[in-house]
Design a protein around this ligand. Structure first.
Ligand code: KIV
Length: 278
């Protein structure tokens, strides 16, 4: 099957909602891919979900390359988009292009995602010049958590809303193929989605976006630390895993596992230990 691409993002606008989830490893990527997801984001949310930090700031380029390569090996159909981590694109356009290049060349990603608007336009333009597709990310941008004062909904005030809309227009003019809108009010997400010709991908940004993304560990009920209002739990895998592990522990204690069916048989002669040195 053909891999989902930037062209599919473009033609989906106004026709079909685009579906994205995060993945950080081969097994999860393969499950998502085989379930018909359009695109997988190797998000720097891995800093929280996999590494146990309370924000994404400690994630490095090496982490992203490693996890991107694992996800790519698990996919055939889904487009793979890799997050550029904190400080991998802030210093200069040159460094941004080099780091984006690593995610494509070493990780095998099909595109990269950067957080921010007007401040990082030179970086975005440089990456696009290197023929690397870029996805934007506006609104609640977790890499700016210290400046935003926490994980807070953005764009509630008219001035903030106008700035986010203007940033979205600037990113579109620069040539990004889609923009993630995170944690913004419904009316602003609606307006931006109407104004732009490229798809908006919402997370906590209402049904009016052209597609949706969630952190897969959140929607599968595997990551309990925080559950934002916008997360819908489609499964409770955390509870299922705990029940399974408790059953395993009980079975081992009670010698119910392993059973005969899990056990290898040897030839009788092999048990002749007379020749073995003690
Ligand atoms: O890092 C991430 O997973 C993200 C999504 C939540 C959009 O940026």
């Amino acid at each position: 099957m053909k891999r989902y691409s930037v062209l599919d993002f473009k033609s989906a606008k106004g026709q079909q909602k685009i579906t994205l989830l995060t993945a950080y490893d081969y097994t999860m990527a393969k499950l998502l891919d085989q379930s018909g997801i359009d695109a997988i984001l190797v998000g720097d949310s891995l800093g929280m979900v996999l590494q146990g930090f309370n924000n994404t700031l400690s994630v490095t380029m090496d982490h992203m390359v490693y996890h991107t390569a694992s996800v790519v090996r698990g996919t055939q159909h889904a487009m793979v988009i890799s997050d550029m981590p904190f400080m991998s694109y802030h210093l200069s356009p040159r460094e941004a292009v080099a780091n984006a290049g690593r995610l494509i060349q070493e990780g095998g990603a099909n595109a990269v995602k950067l957080e921010g608007g007007r401040d990082i336009l030179p970086q975005i333009k440089g990456i696009l010049k290197a023929q690397i597709p870029v996805m934007g990310h506006l609104g609640l941008t977790p890499q700016s958590i210290n400046q935003l004062g926490g994980f807070k909904v953005q764009g509630r005030l008219p001035k903030e809303a106008r700035e986010i809309l203007h940033d979205a227009q600037l990113l579109e003019s620069a040539g990004v193929f889609a923009i993630v809108l995170e944690g913004i009010p419904e009316n602003l997400a609606h307006l931006i989605s109407q104004e732009l010709h490229i798809p908006t991908i919402g997370i906590g940004a209402s049904v009016h976006c052209d597609g949706q993304i969630l952190v897969s560990h959140d929607m599968l009920g595997m990551y309990g630390e925080c559950s934002p209002k916008f997360v819908k739990r489609y499964a409770h895998l955390g509870e299922m895993i705990q029940t399974a592990v408790k059953n395993y522990v009980d079975d081992v204690h009670q010698q119910i596992f392993p059973e005969t069916v899990h056990t290898y048989k040897g030839q009788k002669e092999a048990l002749d230990t007379s020749e073995l040195e003690v």
